[in-house]
Design a binder for this molecule. Structure first.
Ligand SMILES: Nc1ncnc2c1ncn2[C@@H]1O[C@H](COP(=O)(O)OP(=O)(O)OP(=O)(O)O)[C@@H](O)[C@H]1O
Ligand SMILES: [Mg+2]
Length: 278
């Protein structure tokens, strides 16, 4: 990973992939990371789904998550899970150092941070989000944002939006784009609408929400989805990502997407990003 501030530029993009479960968020997030890596642009990939899979698609070895560190500080350091009073600087430093040494995976052009989940002794995700806010703020601030792009893979649905963690990422310069991945179903459009509503309610520093439709290959159906999305949901679709057997194959044999070639899905994802001048 490159630690020089000269890589910061106006074309930096912060993109969150959201949407209904199983629509292709993680896959499209990984293809976007690949696009940036090919342009030689350093990216922080942030897997915010407790059911974390992004590492596999990026070919990065995941051993520990922020959830593991929260477990550790709770059990061994006896720190409160969600302190009611301001947290000691030394506790934050300790937490941060463990995240940096155990969780942040530094790749060539891509670093990966994984939220994960706590062990079953802690039956709530809130502490993980609480502490992750500290980690994210610190990583972005103390590195002076060396990352040109941040790609966030959200968990399914709207759960992530009331949490403050996306706001912490957006603190400096906003989230540029929220892509809600659609699978052509009315349900995926309904989830997209819920996401838009959540964002409009509380997140003024979030940029435009776009729909991106995955695995709907029939042109007439695509046209219909475009119309319904626009007229009934006010949602603009920036791309149709085709069903791609190479993605199916790689997923089955647990092979990264980073060196994928001849991929119609990757080509379409690249065109969608280019259409936004990313
Ligand atoms: N364009 C595509 N062509 C072929 N297979 C695809 C495509 N997009 C996604 N898939 C496959 O569909 C499955 C679901 O994709 P993915 O895991 O990316 O969805 P998700 O929205 O992240 O799911 P979750 O909500 O569980 O996090 C995976 O097996 C993936 O390989
Ligand atoms: Mg996923």
């Amino acid at each position: 990973m490159l630690l020089v501030s000269s890589v910061i530029s106006a074309s930096m993009a912060i993109i969150a992939f959201s949407g209904k479960g199983g629509t292709g968020k993680t896959t499209l997030a990984a293809l976007s990371v690949k696009y940036f890596a090919e342009k030689d642009e350093v990216t922080l990939a942030f897997d915010m789904d407790p059911d974390a899979h992004l590492s596999k698609l990026l070919g990065l070895p995941l051993t520990k998550t922020i959830g593991h560190v929260v477990d550790h500080i709770h059990k061994e350091k006896k720190l409160e899970l969600e302190p009611q009073k301001p947290v000691d600087v030394s506790d934050v430093e300790y937490f941060y150092s463990r995240v940096m040494s155990n969780v942040l995976i530094e790749g060539d052009k891509t670093d990966l941070l994984t939220l994960g989940k706590p062990s079953s002794d802690i039956d709530c995700y809130c502490p993980v989000f609480y502490w992750a806010e500290h980690a994210v703020t610190k990583i972005l601030k103390s590195y002076k944002m060396p990352y040109m792009h941040i790609v966030v893979d959200c968990d399914p649905g709207t759960e992530i939006f009331p949490r403050k963690i996306l706001d912490r990422i957006a603190d400096d310069r906003g989230i540029d784009y929220v892509f809600t991945v659609l699978d052509g179903s009315r349900m995926s459009l309904d989830t997209a609408q819920d996401i838009v509503n959540e964002i409009n309610k509380k997140h003024s520093n979030f940029g435009k929400v776009y729909g991106i439709c995955n695995r709907v290959d029939d042109s007439k159906t695509q046209q219909l989805i475009k119309e319904v999305a626009k007229t009934k949901y006010g949602l603009e679709i920036i791309g149709f990502i085709p069903t791609d057997q190479e993605i199916v194959r790689r997923s089955l044999v647990n092979q990264s997407m980073m060196d994928i070639t001849d991929s119609s899905a990757y080509e379409a994802m690249r065109e969608a990003l280019k259409s936004l001048h990313i």
